[in-house]
Write a new protein. Structure first.
Lengths: 166, 68
């Protein structure tokens, strides 16, 4: 080809070098592109078929079953209520602790028993409800510690009532 | 900065077209009547899941009920 066209040698010299590379690249890339989608398309088609298979009645039936124990709005309201209760109990405990530390005022042991039991219950509830892994573990640890402290406090208080002071 | 995108809906109109009460729609979807009322009045913005279920229940496209 180069020998037959001496006048147009320059443009032809550059073109044949580029063409084989350009042609060769897609040839290498094509088999890889063809094989991968063939493997991935099948599950995607299956899932689409499954989605299409869900009829209107089936969707509504499943939705009713899911919302049998309260819909999403009610659940979020309950969650906020739980958080509010938790914060209120913790806040009450902190206030009483501060009053106890700074003023030296003595509170009745019954009040502490009720307060600690409340905090313990709140922590247990939060540990059960919470879905986040980190917060769940934090609540579980807090619940375990506070429940242990509460039980100890109850035991000491009952022993004190009986006249036994360990 | 205060111009937030608020998802409005025509749920009340569409429900009335179909001749359904709030209780009927709530029963179909499995939510409380208060939830339907809250969605209609805009007090509660439903999740994508509930919004789509409402669309399916009313045989409407998403954009026919919900808009900005």
């Amino acid at each position: 080809m180069q020998e037959n066209d001496p006048l147009t040698a320059k443009p032809q010299e550059s073109e044949p070098i580029q063409e084989p590379i350009e042609e060769a690249l897609p040839q290498v890339a094509q088999p890889a592109q063809e094989t991968e989608p063939v493997q991935e398309v099948k599950p995607a088609q299956e899932t689409e078929q499954e989605r299409e298979a869900l009829s209107r009645e089936e969707v509504l039936l499943r939705a009713r079953a899911e919302n049998a124990h309260g819909d999403e709005r009610q659940r979020s309201q309950m969650q906020w209520g739980n958080y509010a209760g938790f914060i209120a109990t913790e806040f009450a405990c902190i206030v009483i602790m501060f009053v106890y530390i700074f003023t030296g005022r003595e509170f009745s042991p019954e009040l502490f028993c009720i307060l600690f039991t409340g905090i313990s219950a709140q922590n247990i509830v939060q540990a059960c409800i919470n879905k986040g892994k980190k917060t769940k573990t934090v609540f579980i640890v807090c619940a375990a510690l506070i429940t242990a402290c509460t039980l100890m406090y109850w035991v000491f208080w009952i022993l004190g009532l009986c006249g036994i002071r360990p | 900065m205060d111009d937030k995108l608020i998802l409005h809906n025509r749920l009340k109109e569409v429900r009335a077209e179909k001749g359904l009460s709030q209780g009927d729609l709530a029963g179909m979807v499995g939510v409380s009547r208060n939830t339907i009322s809250s969605v209609e009045t805009g007090k509660y913005c439903p999740t994508a899941k509930l919004a789509l279920i409402l669309c399916i229940a009313l045989n409407k496209k998403f954009e026919e009920i919900f808009y900005f």
